[in-house]
Every structure is written in C-alpha cells, then in structure tokens.
Design a protein around this ligand. Structure first.
Ligand code: DX5
Ligand code: ZN
Length: 214
C-alpha cells in the first residue's frame, strides 16, 4: 500500500491535492503533525485535517511528531483521522494511549526513530495495529534514506511470522524507486512517500510504479 505524505503537497491547494492522490491510486493519506518541540519544525493541526477530510474516502493517518500525543490525539481523531501514530520516544504510558485510541474505534500506530532500539517495541507487538519505522530522522521531507533501518523491518517481520502477530509494517522517509524494493523485501506493507510523489509530474504513474517495483 502507498500512503502519500501531504508534507510535500502544495499547501495552498491541499483539498485539490488530496483529491488528486485519491484519484491516482493512493491507499491512505499521511498527515505529518509537528510541534516544533519533539521535532525542529511546525506543520498543521486538527483544523486543517478536518477541512481536507471531505476530499477523500481514504483512511487518514495522523503521524504525531509531538511531545504530548496523549493530550492531542483526540482532536485529530475527532477531526477524522482513522489511524493515530505516536512515537515510542515520548515519555508517556503507551499502553494506555493504545487502549484509548482503540476505545474510540480507531487504529493505533507506534512510530520508531532511526536511533531507537527496535526491541523496545516488543511489548506492543501483540496490541498495536501498525508499527511505523522511520527511515529518516523526523522533521523534514526530502531526506536521504538511512539503510541501517532495514534490519528493524526484518526483525519486526520475523517476530510477526513467529508469533502470528497481526500488525502491519509501515516505512516513512526517503522512499523512491531505489528504496521501495528494499523495504518491501524486508517485510514492509505500507510505504509513505512525500517528495517523491508530489515532486513528480504524474502522481498516478509514480504511485503505480512504487506499488509494483521489485
Ligand atoms: C518526515 C515525515 C515524512 C516525510 C517523508 O518527518 O514523517 O512523512 O513527509 O518525506 P519524504 O518521502 O520526502 O522522505
Ligand atoms: Zn510521516
């Protein structure tokens, strides 16, 4: 599955961009929320999500790169996010937040940054819906893929097969025709791509090619 990241979309035409990627074969929409504290950049909040929600029937995932997801996740959920992603690196009760997200009828996703040890995720593998492996340091689009993260994807896929866990593996950062085959081979199910899709002049062709490249 392909999840285009709106971080590289034309912000002056966000509704049109959401319609365009929906018509181009995207499987979900990736909405990068940054607070200028957890990451050194600021993007958009729940009001923007609510305003563009009506431009697609696709699932919306809110990738919360914020220090206090426990305070803000509900705003994004109410605005129309179907999947709520928050980082393992934030100092909160992760299990409690997963439960709250599930009680609200939404899917929970835990995100891991490149420097963080993958085994810290072990205790969440049975209860989370998606694990998102960052393959760049979060904060900006258009960065170079950090290939040492492939091992994390392989480890997650191996745990999933061994224990019959149901979570999906998602990858975010530096995805293009060179890196997509690598993450798929390692076990990824969902590929987030921002600059590669929105920087192309044919969204449909780029999404199709990202889906089938091996
Ligand atoms: C980075 C964001 C990504 C970003 C990916 O902090 O989480 O979703 O948009 O951008 P590309 O695909 O350009 O690396
Ligand atoms: Zn993201």
């Amino acid at each position: 599955m392909i999840s285009p990241s709106l971080l590289s979309a034309d912000f002056a035409n966000l509704g049109k961009e959401v319609s365009a990627i929906t018509d181009s074969g995207a499987d979900m929409i990736h909405f990068d929320v940054m607070d200028g504290h957890f990451v050194p950049n600021i993007t958009f909040g729940p009001m923007i999500l609510a305003a563009i929600r009506k431009y697609t029937h696709l699932p919306f995932e809110a990738h919360l790169m914020i220090s206090h997801p426990e305070k803000y996740w509900k705003h994004f959920s109410d605005a129309g996010a179907d999947i709520i992603g928050f980082h393992i690196e934030v100092d909160i009760d992760h299990n409690r937040l997963i439960k709250k997200i599930h009680d609200a009828g939404k899917k929970a996703c835990i995100v891991i940054n490149p420097p963080t040890e993958v085994k810290l995720l072990e205790k969440f593998l049975s209860c989370v819906d998606i694990i998102l492996v960052m393959t760049v340091n979060p904060g900006f689009g258009g960065q170079k893929f950090i290939s040492s993260n492939l091992k994390k994807i392989e480890w997650l896929d191996c745990q999933r097969k061994k224990n019959d866990f149901k979570f999906l593996i998602e990858v975010d950062g530096g995805i293009n025709y060179q890196t997509a085959p690598l993450v798929k081979k390692a076990g990824a199910d969902i590929l987030v791509a921002g600059s590669f899709i929105f920087g192309s002049n044919d969204y449909k062709k780029t999404i199709e090619n990202l889906k089938c490249c091996r």
